[in-house]
Design a protein around this ligand. Structure first.
Ligand code: FES
Ligand SMILES: [Fe+2]
Length: 433
């Protein structure tokens, strides 16, 4: 199984494994303890009554960081021990390595998180052992191009979500195996988004975000729900992202990483996760013995990937100004093949045309969440998927699972051998460049 994860990008869901219930109970109890220590016994009782997925009723987004600071140091040894056993379950013999950096992922519902202040922590931020925290903070390098605030449109960090990426783009080791563990039930629309078949594709990150650059069309995303206690095991070099949490519940997951070999890093990222535990130390109960693999001494050349991604849709310029009443001819019908997309500059509006098996649809070309180009997103007969955070937009209506995020749509007609569009149902959204 390990080989198929590493070489083919397969993934698996572990439903039953050693120490699963023990560590799950511990994690859930520590979260409840932290809620009590932050907001008192009534908050804990209320959380027990409503369930852990209502954590956003028990703490504020600003308390996510302090909660992690209380939970992670206590949970760490049991978590590392369980992760090490999973390495053996996957068939790793001999010594292997477990990343010191582990993440308690707390994603409040997007509509709640986006009201947070700037001090509320990003859901993707992890913790290292207290003994390495200072060293690892001191090793942090600032890259002048990297600007996650700009990518996230200045939304508060609590509302941030990972765009499509490979983990080596963000300082993680090569040949890693990621463990992503549901602390409570995780519905599809608060889960991970996967792009099967992308392991060997020649994709590049945008240096400003370290997420997939514009111009690489993606295949259909796989979204999967997990039940409490289930663990997803996957190759983080397969493109993956965080689904924008459009549900009404808080997503709770723990993530960790195994490296079957000594960690090595890609020079493409300006920093590296250098602190690791060896399986032999963990198995001997030495959770405080941490090894450092210094980035500069453990770089590996960037892997040459040979499969070129499909071509980016062509851009057609239409001079006419967009108005509610007039139809404008955009292009010959033959320009838009079945399943294809065409980008149209329609006056000052950016429009995306998509042909399905039955019709042509037109909508604003950029996702209203963070303005990522939908031209890179997969579409089928019913939906177009945002290539950043997997949100699905209904093709006729432009609606998504988030009430605040809706696409402007356009009326489309095909006649006289051409495709004609006009603005429809103006939803008061800005669709300009
Ligand atoms: S940019 Fe986030 S869902 Fe589209
Ligand atoms: Fe990742």
């Amino acid at each position: 199984m390990l080989n198929s994860i590493l070489e083919q990008g397969s993934y698996m869901i572990l439903a039953d494994f050693e120490r699963q219930q023990h560590v799950l109970d511990l994690a859930r109890r520590l979260i409840a303890d932290a809620v009590e220590s932050l907001n008192g016994p009534t908050a804990r009782l209320e959380l027990q009554r409503q369930g852990l997925s209502m954590l956003h009723h028990a703490i504020t987004p600003e308390q996510i960081g302090p909660l992690r600071d209380r939970v992670m140091p206590v949970l760490r040894p049991a978590l590392l021990d369980m992760v090490c056993r999973i390495g053996r379950l996957l068939g790793i013999e001999g010594e292997f390595f477990v990343d010191d950096y582990t993440i308690l992922r707390i994603n409040f519902p997007y509509m709640v998180a986006r009201e947070a202040t700037r001090v509320a922590e990003n859901p993707g931020i992890g913790r290292v052992d207290n003994s390495t925290r200072q060293q690892s903070d001191a090793r942090k390098v600032v890259d002048p191009d990297y600007n996650p605030k700009a990518y996230h449109n200045n939304e508060p960090p609590a509302a941030w979500a990972h765009g499509a990426h490979r983990d080596t783009w963000t300082g993680h080791s090569r040949l890693g195996v990621n463990l992503w563990w549901a602390v409570d039930d995780v519905p599809e629309e608060a889960s991970m988004v996967f792009y099967p078949g992308t392991l060997h594709g020649a994709y590049e990150p945008d240096k400003r975000s370290l997420y997939l650059a514009e111009g690489y069309p993606l295949p259909k995303p796989s979204k999967m729900s997990l039940r409490r206690g289930e663990m997803l095991v996957f190759n983080p070099e397969v493109l993956h992202a965080t689904h924008l949490n459009t549900t009404a519940i808080t997503r709770l997951a723990l993530s960790a990483r195994i490296n079957p070999l000594r960690p090595r890093f890609s020079p493409m990222c300006f920093y590296a996760r250098e602190y690791w535990h060896s399986s032999s130390n963990i198995e001997a109960g030495h959770f405080d013995r941490i090894l450092r693999f210094e980035r500069e001494e453990h770089l590996e050349p960037t892997v040459e990937r040979t499969v070129a991604p499909p071509a980016f849709p062509e851009l057609v310029q239409v001079q006419a100004a967009c108005s509610d009443s007039s139809w404008e001819r955009v292009c010959d019908s033959s320009k838009l093949e079945n399943g294809g997309k065409l980008r149209v500059q329609f006056g000052r509006e950016n429009v995306l045309l998509m042909r399905t098996s039955s019709a042509v649809f037109a909508c604003q070309a950029k996702c209203p969440h963070l303005g990522v180009s939908l031209a890179d997103g997969f579409h089928d007969d019913n939906q177009v998927f945002c290539p950043a955070h997997g949100l699905a937009y209904d093709l006729p209506s432009g609606h998504s699972s988030c009430q605040a995020l809706r696409l402007q749509t356009y009326d489309v007609e095909e006649r006289l051998g051409g495709i004609w569009i006009r603005a429809s149902n103006r939803a008061n959204v800005d669709v300009a460049a």
